[in-house]
Structure formats: structure tokens, C-alpha cells
Design a protein around this ligand. Structure first.
Ligand SMILES: NC(=O)c1ccc[n+]([C@@H]2O[C@H](COP(=O)([O-])OP(=O)(O)OC[C@H]3O[C@@H](n4cnc5c(N)ncnc54)[C@H](O)[C@@H]3O)[C@@H](O)[C@H]2O)c1
Ligand SMILES: O=C(O)[C@H](O)[C@H](O)COP(=O)(O)O
Length: 378
């Protein structure tokens, strides 16, 4: 079997060789020629897979080591005998860590208490549900919007609200939908000029789903007109050539790395290898082929000399602080693709042990997923 794999998929090399003859290329160097004689493509979101690149090829299976699949022309694949697989939920915990770190940073920077804030979550799937759980643990009021789920599951206990309610009541809005350009619930430019004009509470807006769920021009105008009080962007329109004016205007700006935890990338690779096994009916356990996830350099977080009010923030930012990446991206936006391909993967909370925390933050941190060593009298 001939396989072409993206060279920037961690934990793949050494494992994928068990399945066939493998060639590696950076995702932005996949071409019609390099794809032509391959049976399987192992890919990321940086390459578009449509008629232009796939026509006339021998590709039978595309495995994307990602949650999102808007980079695959699924209609073309479905109608041309090309199977495609993804890794649902693989890095949802990493995106939750990104959103939580951003919320705690902004609360500190802008001087507000998250417990007094209402967050509107638009799109409550694998990522949105984790963000919901984390926000509740931080004591926030949570509003959920997910019309496709509401249609399927009903709205018992008014679990879901409409987008109007979110625009009216939320102090923070975070977007976690797929990017869809057609259909009843299409999300392309969901946050357009009208959306921004209808915001009631000058909320903070967070986009860590897909760039084109927000309209760049409208977001810039909204910032200029003071319709939002803060902006966090991980996913941009037209990546990697992002809008540098918008970049300058936002509080937290990262190069599409919300999902880049080692935990998320490891799981993505494991699910990708499992997808290969399932498709070709191979009795192989991917985990046996993969290295373990490396431990963090600094796995113990000592909160002894940290003010109890800052302990949760301190611990979460110890695991991940998006401000460092914001600074780097603002300085060198042309390195967007480079930053993504040379990312020092971070670990999620479960790789860390917290010691000397006060009882209240200790409980919050434990619920978020940290190992917590409780003090004797707790
Ligand atoms: N920045 C990153 O690194 C990163 C990492 C992981 C996922 N993502 C992106 O985050 C998004 C969410 O991922 P997920 O795993 O939760 O996907 P998911 O499919 O599990 O959940 C998406 C949810 O959005 C809902 N939805 C669809 N259209 C909607 C609409 N118009 N309004 C409100 N809700 C709508 C769906 O019903 C679903 O429940 C995807 O776009 C994915 O590509 C980004
Ligand atoms: O869809 C996803 O899983 C995320 O957006 C993921 O972080 C994309 O990573 P990439 O394939 O671009 O490395």
C-alpha cells in the first residue's frame, strides 16, 4: 500500500510504516503529482482535498488526523469512491484548555470576576460540551446554543437558547461550530455585521473553531465601534495569510493551535491509525506502535506563595499561556505556518500535580482535571 503522510503529524513516524510504503511531505506541498499514485493520504487541515488534487488519482482513503473536515470536499469523495475518515473529539480537551486559559487571562487583564459573567456557547458538540463543563466549574452562568442538536434532541428543561438570547445576555461568546457553507444551519459568517450590531453587552468574542465562521471585516468594524470588549482568535479567515489589521486589534491571537496539546495530537494519530486498521480490516493495536506521550518539564505546580484568588489562574496558565504565542504572532504574522509546524506541544491538566492549594481552588483544579495533593486539614 502506498501512503502519503503529512510530515507534521506527531507520533506517526515509526508507526505508519507498519501499514505500507510511506512518503512524507509538509501539507502545503501536497500536489496532484505527489498524490496521484497513492492509496492512502494521511492529512491535516492545511491541504484542500477536492477534484483539483484528487482527480485521476488512485487514492482510496483519506484519513485526517483532525476534528474538522471542511478541508475535504466530502461530496466529491463520496461520489468518486474515495473514503474519508476523521478523528472526532481528538483534541477537544486541548481547545477547552485554550478557552479556559483565555478566560482566566482576560478576567485578570480586564479586572472582572468570571463568577459574575454569563458565557454563550455556540455549538455544543465535543468541544462546546467540554467548554460548558469547565465554565460551570469556574462558577460561570452558561447559555447553550445548538439548533441542530435542539432539533434532534428537543429542548428539555430549556437546555438550549436561541442565538438572539446569546446576543442579548452573554458577556462572553465562544464559537464551537463546524464551518458549513450550505444547509439550514450553515455557519459561514455566522458572526457577520448584523450579529455584531445586535450584541447587547459588548461581549468578549472567542473564535477557536474555524476562521470563516466570523466575518473579518465585520469583526474589525465591531472592535472600532466598541461593540465588543475583547477578542480572542485562534482560527482566522484565509490562513496562513491572515488579516494583520485584525491581528493587531485583538487581545489573544494564536496561529490555530488551540488543539495542539500533545494529548490531542497523540489521540489524533491513534484514531487515524485505528481508522486505517478498520478500513483495511487489520488486526493491529495502534497504541502498541506509538511512543507514550512525553511528561511535561515542570509537572508539579506549587501554589504555596500564590494568593488563593490567583491559584486557579496560576495553575491553568502554568500549563498553557496563550499570551506568549500572541506576542510571537503579532511580531511575525508571516510565520503563521511555521509556528504551527514547529509547535512545542503542551500537556493538558492531567499531566500536572498541584500542591499547597487552598481548599476552594484545590477543588476547582481537581474538577478541571489536575491531580491535586490536598493539604492534611482539607
Ligand atoms: N482551533 C483548533 O485547534 C480546533 C481544534 C478542534 C476543533 N476545532 C473546530 O471546532 C469546531 C467544533 O469541534 P467539535 O469537535 O466540537 O465538533 P462537533 O461536531 O462535535 O460539534 C459541533 C457542534 O456544532 C453544532 N452546530 C452546527 N451548526 C450550528 C449552528 N449553525 N449553530 C450552532 N451550533 C451548530 C453541531 O450540532 C454540533 O453539536 C469545529 O469547527 C472544529 O473544526 C478547532
Ligand atoms: O480540526 C482540528 O482538529 C483542529 O483544527 C486541529 O488543531 C487542526 O490541526 P492541523 O491539522 O491544522 O494541524
Amino acid at each position: 500500500m502506498k501512503i502519503l503522510a503529512d510530515a507534521h503529524i506527531p507520533y506517526l513516524k515509526g508507526a505508519i510504516e507498519h501499514f505500507g510504503e510511506v512518503e512524507y511531505l509538509p501539507g502545503n506541498q501536497f500536489t496532484k503529482e505527489t498524490v496521484k499514485d497513492k492509496d492512502v493520504l494521511i492529512v491535516r487541515t492545511v491541504t484542500r482535498f477536492d477534484e483539483e488534487i484528487l482527480a485521476g488519482s488512485s487514492v482510496k482513503l483519506i484519513c485526517s488526523a483532525t476534528i474538522g473536515y471542511d478541508h475535504i470536499d466530502t461530496h466529491y469523495c463520496d461520489t468518486h469512491g474515495i473514503a474519508w475518515r476523521t478523528a472526532p473529539g481528538c483534541n477537544a480537551g486541548s481547545v477547552e484548555q485554550y478557552v479556559t486559559a483565555s478566560l482566566l487571562l482576560l478576567a485578570e487583564k480586564k479586572g472582572f470576576d468570571l463568577k459574575e459573567k454569563t458565557i454563550g456557547i455556540v455549538g455544543v458538540g465535543n468541544v462546546g460540551s467540554k467548554v460548558e463543563a469547565a465554565c460551570k466549574k469556574l462558577g460561570m452562568k452558561v447559555l447553550l446554543n445548538d439548533p441542530p442538536r435542539e432539533e434532534r434532541e428537543g429542548n428539555a428543561d430549556n437546555m438550549f437558547v436561541d442565538l438572539e438570547t446569546i446576543k442579548h445576555e452573554a458577556d462572553i461568546i465562544t464559537l464551537h461550530t463546524p464551518l458549513t457553507k450550505t444547509g439550514k444551519y450553515k455557519t459561514w459568517h455566522l458572526a457577520d455585521e448584523r450579529f455584531f450590531n445586535e450584541l447587547n453587552k459588548k461581549p468578549v468574542l472567542i473564535n477557536s473553531c474555524r476562521g470563516s465562521v466570523t466575518d473579518t471585516r465585520a469583526w474589525k468594524k465591531a472592535i472600532e465601534e466598541g461593540l465588543v470588549s475583547g477578542s480572542v482568535i485562534d482560527c482566522w479567515e484565509n490562513e496562513p495569510d491572515i488579516d494583520t489589521e485584525l491581528l493587531e486589534m485583538v487581545d489573544i491571537a494564536t496561529p490555530h493551535v488551540a488543539g495542539y496539546s500533545a494529548d490531542g495530537k497523540w489521540t489524533a494519530t491513534k484514531m487515524t491509525l485505528q481508522n486505517l486498521c478498520d478500513f483495511f480490516h487489520l488486526d493491529i493495536d495502534p497504541v502498541q506502535l506509538m511512543p507514550p506521550i512525553p511528561a511535561p518539564d515542570d509537572p508539579v505546580i506549587d501554589l504555596k506563595n500564590i494568593d488563593p484568588h490567583r491559584q486557579t489562574t496560576h495553575a491553568v496558565l502554568h500549563t498553557y499561556n496563550p499570551l506568549k504565542e500572541t506576542e510571537a504572532l503579532k511580531k511575525s504574522p508571516e510565520k503563521f505556518y511555521y509556528f504551527r509546524s514547529h509547535y512545542p506541544l503542551r500537556r493538558e491538566y492531567k499531566a500536572y500535580t498541584v500542591i499547597n492549594a487552598d481548599p476552594v481552588p484545590a477543588n476547582v483544579l481537581q474538577q478541571l482535571g489536575f491531580h491535586v495533593e490536598f493539604l492534611k486539614n482539607d
